[in-house]
Design a protein. Structure first.
Length: 260
C-alpha cells in the first residue's frame, strides 16, 4: 500500500494485472495536488492485505475498506481502472457512506463477456502467456503512438513502462482467476450508487482491451454521471497522458469544472 501527497483523498484500484506499480505515472501526477492511496490486489504475493480464496471477488471489495481504515479515512474518492472499475463500483454500491465520488476509467462492467481470444487465454493462461505478450505491441502501439507522437518521448515512455512491468510482473494464472471470480460474483445494482460519478474512456478506435461501449453501460445506470473522453488515448491513457488524466480526475473529485 502507498499513501502519498496531500489534499482530497483518492483511492485508486488497479486493473486485472493487479499491480499498482503499472499506474505509477498517474499516481505520481495525482499526488501533486491530492492525497493518493493505492495498492496491489490482495492476492498478489507482495500484498500485505489478507486474502481468503474462499471469499473470491469479495476480497477486493473488503480490501478497499481496509486500505481506507489504515489511512485513517472515513470517506474518499474511489477510482477504478479497468478491472478495478468492477471493484470500485461494487464498493460504492455496498458502502455508499464511504464514497465521496466515483471515477470509472476504461472500466469493465459486470455485464462484460470475454472475447473469443480472451476466452482462449483464460482457459490456458500459463501456456498462452508468451503469445499474449507477443501480441501486446499490436494492441498497444497504435494507442501509444497517438498519445505520444514524437519518437523520442515515445521510446522513453516504452522503456519506462517496460521497467515498471518487469519490476512488478503480473501472473497470468491470477489474472484468469480474477476474471472467473468476477463472473461468479453477484454484483449489487449499480443504479443504487448515489455518489457523484465520472465515466472516463479513451477513444473507441484505440482501446483494444475493454471496448468503450462496455464502460459506457454505466452511463445508463449511474445517477447524473459525467462522461469524458481522454483524447488520443485508448486503454492506458492514465500512463501515456498522466498529467491530463490527473487534471480531469482531480477537477472532478474537487467538484470544479472539468475542461471541455
Amino acid at each position: 500500500m502507498i499513501d502519498i501527497g496531500s489534499g482530497t483523498p483518492i483511492v485508486i484500484i488497479p486493473g486485472l494485472q493487479g499491480r499498482w506499480e503499472w499506474m505509477r505515472p498517474a499516481v505520481e501526477a495525482l499526488a501533486r495536488h491530492h492525497r493518493v492511496i493505492s495498492f496491489s490486489l490482495c492476492d498478489e504475493k507482495t500484498s500485505p492485505f489478507p486474502c481468503d480464496l474462499a471469499k473470491a471477488f469479495h476480497n477486493y471489495v473488503t480490501q478497499v475498506g481496509i486500505a481506507m481504515d489504515r489511512a485513517g479515512l472515513s470517506q474518499a474518492a474511489i477510482v477504478g481502472v479497468s478491472y478495478g472499475g468492477l471493484v470500485a463500483a461494487e464498493f460504492s454500491a455496498r458502502h455508499p457512506q464511504r464514497v465521496s465520488s466515483l471515477v470509472l476509467s476504461s472500466a469493465l462492467h459486470s455485464g462484460w463477456q470475454p472475447s473469443a481470444e480472451q476466452q482462449r487465454f483464460l482457459k490456458a493462461p500459463r501456456l498462452l502467456s508468451p503469445l499474449f505478450v507477443a501480441t501486446a505491441p499490436g494492441r498497444m502501439n497504435p494507442e501509444v503512438a497517438a498519445a505520444i507522437p514524437r519518437i523520442g518521448p515515445r521510446l522513453r515512455f516504452m522503456a519506462g513502462q517496460g521497467v515498471r512491468i518487469a519490476m512488478a510482473p503480473a501472473s497470468p494464472a491470477r489474472m484468469a482467476r480474477r476474471v472467473a471470480w468476477a463472473a461468479a460474483h453477484h454484483f449489487a445494482d449499480p443504479r443504487s450508487i448515489s455518489a457523484r460519478a465520472l465515466v472516463m474512456t479513451g477513444e473507441p478506435n484505440l482501446d483494444k482491451v475493454v471496448p468503450v461501449t462496455v464502460t459506457e453501460q454505466y452511463m445508463a445506470e449511474l445517477k447524473s454521471a459525467q462522461r469524458v473522453v481522454l483524447d488520443r488515448t485508448g486503454h492506458i491513457g492514465l500512463v501515456t497522458r498522466p498529467d491530463t488524466f490527473a487534471d480531469i480526475l482531480g477537477r472532478f473529485v474537487d467538484d470544479t469544472r472539468i475542461p471541455a
